[in-house]
Design a protein around this ligand. Structure first.
Ligand SMILES: [Zn+2]
Length: 112
């Protein structure tokens, strides 16, 4: 029998994350080394790797430079000893309404 581990409400607005949108939200700044770079020098990092069921949602995508992406590889930030500049959130005019609730929603990706 399969049981869900700590199921929480699905965060609102977790759809349609785009490269452009993520870079805009993160201010073209690598979320690991905090360097501000040109868009073409940045990639999108799946915080929880795709191979670990990480999805392409706002909460799981951050701007990341090539060096950090290589360093992180197929690991979570904790495993790689890397710290995100800020918790990734949906980017919209409504995002600020979510407040602290997203922090908890985010936990399941890291600790579940
Ligand atoms: Zn970086």
């Amino acid at each position: 029998m399969i049981r869900l581990c700590r199921y929480r409400r699905v965060p609102r607005q977790n759809r349609s994350a785009s490269r452009k949108g993520v870079l805009l939200r993160d201010g073209n700044t690598c979320q690991y080394c905090r360097r501000k770079l040109a868009a073409q020098e940045l990639t999108l990092d799946h915080v929880v790797p795709r191979s670990r069921s990480g999805s392409a949602t706002w909460e799981n995508l951050v701007a990341c430079c090539l060096a950090c992406n290589n360093r992180k590889g197929n690991r979570t930030p904790q495993e790689a000893g890397m710290v995100l500049m800020k918790t990734p959130r949906p980017f919209s005019i409504h995002a600020k309404l979510a407040g602290g609730a997203d922090e908890q929603a985010w936990e399941k990706y890291l600790f579940c």
